[in-house]
Ligand binder design. Sequence first.
Ligand code: TRP
Ligand code: ZN
Length: 856
Amino acid sequence: MTDTKVHNPQAKYRKDYQAPHYLITQTNLNIDLYDHQTVVTAELHIHKSHEHDLPLILDSEVEKVLSLSVNGETLQTADYEQSTGSLIIKSLPDTFILITTSVVDPANNSALEGLYKSEGVFCTQCEAEGFRKITPYLDRPDILSVFTVEVCADQSYQHILANGNLIAKSLDNKTGRVTATWHDPFPKPSYLFALVAGSFDLLEDKFVTRSGKEIALELYVDKGNLHLAHHAMASLIKSMEWDEKVYDLEYDLDTYMIVAVDFFNMGAMENKGLNIFNSKYVLADESTATDADYHGIESVIAHEYFHNWTGNRITCRDWFQLSLKEGLTVFRDQQFSADMGSEVIERISHANIMRTMQFAEDAGPMSHPIRPDKVIEMNNFYTVTVYDKGAEVIRMLHTLLSASGFKKGMDLYFKRYDGQAVTCDDFVNAMADANDADLSQFQNWYSQSGTPLVSVKETKHDNSLTLELSQTVFGRESSFKPFVIPIKFEILSAQTGQSLKRGQFILDELRQTFSFDITEEVDIVLFENFSAPVKVNRDVPLNQMVRIINNASDGFCRWDMLQSLWQKAAVSDDNSGVRERLIEVISDIIDDTKLDAAVKAEMIKIPSFESLAEGFDVIAVDNILNLRTEIAKQLAASKFEVLASEIDKLGVIANGYEKEVVANRSYKSALLKLAAYANTKDMLAIIRNQFKAANNMTEKMACLIAASIADTDLCKEITEHLYQQFTGQVLVFDKLSQIVATTENDAVYQAMSDWSTKAEFNRANPNRIRSLYGSFVMRNPAMFHSLDGKGYAFLKDLLIEIDSSNSQLAARLVDPLLAYKRYDTKRASLMKQCLVDLSKIKLSNDLYEKVNSALG
Ligand code: TRP
Ligand code: ZN
């Protein structure tokens, strides 16, 4: 296809959902694995779901269909029709067995979707619509089928895995090929199918469920990496215990398998009984992984494990319902992480994700409700909106119904819908019915996109305080329906700072007034614990801001008000006095010896470019960049002694992933980073000494990051040192890539180009691409947004290269360009030109959908 105008992929609409006309009760596969000519034979037991004469339309994106038979009779070419994406068979009986034989080419599958082979391992990724690349099928989540799978491969593959239980394994001595047969007793949609064939090191453990069933736990990692699998295994066991304790949910198969692979488009995949993970979310030890990596592993392992009930046992009716499983499972993994570590730190990090990524997505061209209405490429909808805003919506239900009401709702949800494919409405109805609550207005969170803006006006009377609240959505002021917004609050005495009252109220009209009986001067703290995913428009006087930062009971709110002060500094004139006040407040925090180390670390961090940008209609790139460095430099200069002595006092922190030492390392990292802005000889000496003394990757990376701020040569020296020490270890290489890509001057292009010639770099591997080029476009605003347009052009060329091999990856990298309308005219037109250039070539559906929506 050379005529670009012909390329016009069709959108699908949520309103067009139709129940399937055919059902597949049993799926028996035989998969004969070869690098280029894998033969897949599918025996499908099919019946009509009601009486009709409609054709069977299978989704099909295999290389080639070799043969088809119905009830044992081979179909002639006239009996069926093949068109792009589908295989159509007419005149079928009510019940029949369809056998298809087709061929696929895993070794040439660089998209990493369907069946692919990389680094000697055969592996599948079927969500959302990858199964149709393996065999023709009704590839939609409301077709639930019992799978039996025979996999044949050369005996050199030591492990041949698929979902469920291994029921037979045999070797054909003549051919040297092994056949392994797996049976999964739980009916499942095709997107949960998985297969792996490779040779691994295996870490084994077991778990005894509350009802006494013994589960074999198996973690498969690349040979030589066994010592890196223990944290993942421990995390799995914690997740299993937690889901029993908190939700009364037990695991249901005899074996739980996790395979770690280095070639993977996302974090991990919850295939029934056989999770496949990006190795980044499995492999760790303290010499190669940071605390952030440990945290990521614990939460992703939990996420995929929790999917076994929220996703697999109860799945989605159609892909518009994706948040049914993702929002809910993210909420569950957030609860788990809070229980394992610190609730406040978790809330800070999720509020950051919402504000820097989700609010931006919702203000851009790809804005969609957590339950989208229109989709071209489903892979484009695995978004921060569906996942993270989805989780915030579930959290609001938890807040509105209370923990026990929420649990009742979950119990009813499992009781009603176990084994079914359902909708977001079904979920909310279970919550409502279990609590005798009316959640009809709450459903607006599912149907409306955009970030609500809550405006607050407070008036003090003699014996009361009134809050006038209103809500709106930018650009949809007159058409949106009001959201149900739970607001947790605290009232503090302005005089003593003491807590007078804590509670919650609900804003569910366009405007509403709330009154509190109060006689003294008070400070009111709103949206404790980030109780709703909204923006707040509230003019808080400086003195009151500072009191709230000092006195709020909720650590999240103290951090949050400090962020508001930063925002205020970003938009105020230099001579407004706000900056000075901000510096004073942070200085006091630095001096505060009683603060919890983990929270203190968050409070002395310079907010990211993106989080400051969130406060601007037109993002003032240079102002934001300057503000960040200026304030950091002033703090580093004026507080250098304290910062240095705190670093010194922390000394050598004990290794391990216990809460207290993690908090200390986080604090030390924040101190080093801030002090690095004083690029004095003393500071360079501190970094060198700390680096020499460090015996874990968290502290080494903290030193490297400090060096990247303080001194180019020292940064290069440490990078080279770590590269030599960990040559060949790709996950460490990825960390160093991030440092290379965030060089804040023109040398960054040469540096990336040199770096990409190293043996560890591989353009076909998404982890490598994301850590080098992804860091450049997402974490190096100074260079990505440089006025010469070089950053934008660099991304455009990269996208053109990657889109033809891995469109999912390309479509994720394009995001920073989509927001061009939020930048000044010069930058906006440079960014837009890149999109226009892209729109002129033949793009994947993934990139096409995003580029076209941005160009309107
Ligand atoms: N369902 C997976 C999760 O949330 C994510 C996922 C969707 C995915 N599509 C994918 C993972 C494609 C890898 C590749 O855990
Ligand atoms: Zn998920």
